[in-house]
Design a protein around this ligand. Structure first.
Ligand SMILES: Nc1nc2c(ncn2[C@@H]2O[C@H](COP(=O)(O)OP(=O)(O)O)[C@@H](O)[C@H]2O)c(=O)[nH]1
Ligand SMILES: [Mg+2]
Length: 417
């Protein structure tokens, strides 16, 4: 392996920019990244620098620090996700940068939580913990405060050791003050760990997901539908032609099976905010804020729909239990926003379906449901006559994960109204 790409993540002031310079062996006037005094943030956007060192072409991506407050954290995640543009083929490892000597606080836990939102469990699969300020460990040893690095690890709270366990105990102590040959062993140790990561994941580089902050109109990758009314299936694995639990035309019980004939969106390499709706009976549904859901006691009969963003605590939605598949009204107990991975929008012939046990429309505010249902009529006819042909044109394509003609349809509709 002669080319390696890594992305550095962690809080501001933890030593990411200095670490980048150490990995690339670029210092002083030649330095790749600008460091900043503890706590102040110089790195506002992601950037990539490269160098040939020890026979390896190294690409290092520096990212802005992940803040410990929720609002800041989410903003920074959007910025970090932009670094995917620097590594279209993915990264070989994610370096979680933590300074040696500091106690791992609740704030650190929050910032790792934010990173986990962006990277999912891949944060640990591809993760290597880098302890910067290695010189301080040497000093602590000389002073007799510590004999072994493990003593420091043992002094950390359980959550931190849990993170270390999850990354397979891959960690390197980096002294960013070292120069020249003295800095070589720590770099070689890092390369060994990157090779171990690559070995574990079958040499497949990690593609950093895109953060989509616009009002989408979908479900996330692990939302579930009931195939044939029995088998829970994740959105990401749902196929055209699958029969899923949905709502009859007249909204009268019990739930029916309907065929998935089209996806208006199917993208996995994205994360986005979703409205999380929890019902009195404990059902939890996530959907994009512009997606329609049946709301109101008679909504299934009258077809009354509201967008997810309009749903409030105390509203009534309709739920279906796996055993008794008769939709019944249930009160909304909590409405929150949560970032999740994947954007999927399957369509059934009848225009409704049951997701995570809650009755929803397949339509969104992009085009009003009745208009959208009419516009999609030719696709439904085609699906009935020649499902394979319909399947081909209904397949999401391109970077946006949407069929190309859907964009034209939307443009025509907005020009018309
Ligand atoms: N003593 C010591 N200081 C370091 C080390 N790594 C970083 N620093 C200092 O920590 C501060 C923050 O470093 P920086 O790389 O800008 O952190 P970033 O915000 O994560 O990019 C700077 O003052 C660096 O000089 C190290 O290994 N040893
Ligand atoms: Mg920096």
């Amino acid at each position: 392996m002669s080319e390696l790409t890594v992305v550095m993540v962690g809080k501001t002031g933890h030593g990411k920019s200095c670490l980048g310079n150490s990995i690339l062996g670029r210092y002083g006037r030649e330095k790749a990244f600008t460091d900043s005094p503890m706590g102040s943030s110089t790195t506002k956007t992601s950037m990539k620098e490269s160098a040939m060192i020890d026979g390896i072409r190294f690409h290092v991506i520096d990212t802005p620090g992940v803040m410990d407050t929720d609002a800041e954290g989410k903003k920074t995640l959007g910025e970090i996700s932009k670094c995917r543009e620097f590594c279209p083929n993915g990264v070989n490892a994610v370096l979680l940068v933590i300074p040696f000597g500091q106690k791992f606080t609740k704030e650190e836990e929050t910032s790792i939580g934010h990173l986990k939102t962006l990277f999912g469990d891949d944060l640990f699969k591809y993760g290597i913990v880098i302890f910067t300020h290695g010189d301080k460990f040497d000093e602590a040893k000389e002073d007799g405060q510590l004999n072994h690095f493990n003593e420091y690890l043992h002094s950390q709270p359980p959550y931190f050791n849990d993170v270390l366990q999850k990354v397979g105990r891959r960690y390197v102590l980096f002294n960013n003050k070292l120069r020249g040959d003295a800095a070589k062993p720590q770099r070689l140790q890092l390369v060994e760990h990157i090779r171990a990561v690559m070995g574990n994941v079958g040499q497949v580089a990690y593609k950093i997901p895109e953060y989509v902050n616009t009002a989408g109109a979908c479900f996330h990758a692990t939302s579930t539908v009931l195939i044939d009314g029995k088998h829970p299936e994740k959105m990401a694995s749902l196929q055209l032609g699958n029969k899923v639990l949905s709502i009859p035309d007249d909204g009268i019980a019990p739930a029916i099976l309907d065929t998935v004939y089209f996806f208006s969106h199917a993208a996995d390499d994205v994360i986005a905010p979703f409205v999380r709706i929890t019902t009195a009976g404990g059902k939890t549904l996530h959907l994009s804020e512009g997606h329609y859901i049946y709301a109101g006691r008679d909504a299934l009969k009258t077809g009354a729909l509201v967008t997810a963003r309009e749903v409030k605590v105390g509203d009534v939605v309709h739920v279906v239990d796996a055993e008794d598949q008769t939709p019944h009204p249930e009160e909304v107990m909590e409405v929150k926003t949560e970032i999740k991975r994947g954007l999927y929008c399957p369509h059934t012939l009848g225009g409704s379906l049951v997701v995570d046990g809650v009755c929803v429309s397949t339509y969104t505010e992009m085009i009003p449901p009745t208009v959208a249902h009419g516009l999609l009529w030719p696709v439904r006819v085609l699906y009935r006559i020649a499902p394979e042909v319909a399947g081909k044109i209904a397949q999401p394509q391109g970077e946006k994960g949407m069929p190309t003609w859907l964009g034209w349809l939307h443009d025509c509709y907005t020009a018309w109204v």
